[in-house]
Design a protein around this ligand. Structure first.
Ligand SMILES: [Zn+2]
Length: 68
């Protein structure tokens, strides 16, 4: 049992298994994605941006609670 656990741990730590997404703007690995909240009239909007170049990767809308 202990042997199996050790093997699983080693496999999880292999660098080739770690793949981060690449920023389309600066072509660097994205290790952190920052989030910025913007409050608007109809609800909230969230920007997600690269921690390296601060360019916006995407955004999501959250409509008001009455919209579900
Ligand atoms: Zn970037």
């Amino acid at each position: 049992m202990i042997k199996l656990e050790e093997q699983a741990e080693e496999r999880a730590l292999q660098p080739s298994d770690i793949k981060n997404p690449i920023c389309p703007f600066c072509s660097k690995e994205i290790r952190k994605i920052y989030m910025h909240e913007v409050k608007s009239y109809l609800g909230r909007c969230y920007f997600y941006y690269c921690s390296e170049c601060l360019k916006v990767l995407g955004l999501s809308h959250r409509k008001g609670f009455w919209m579900g």
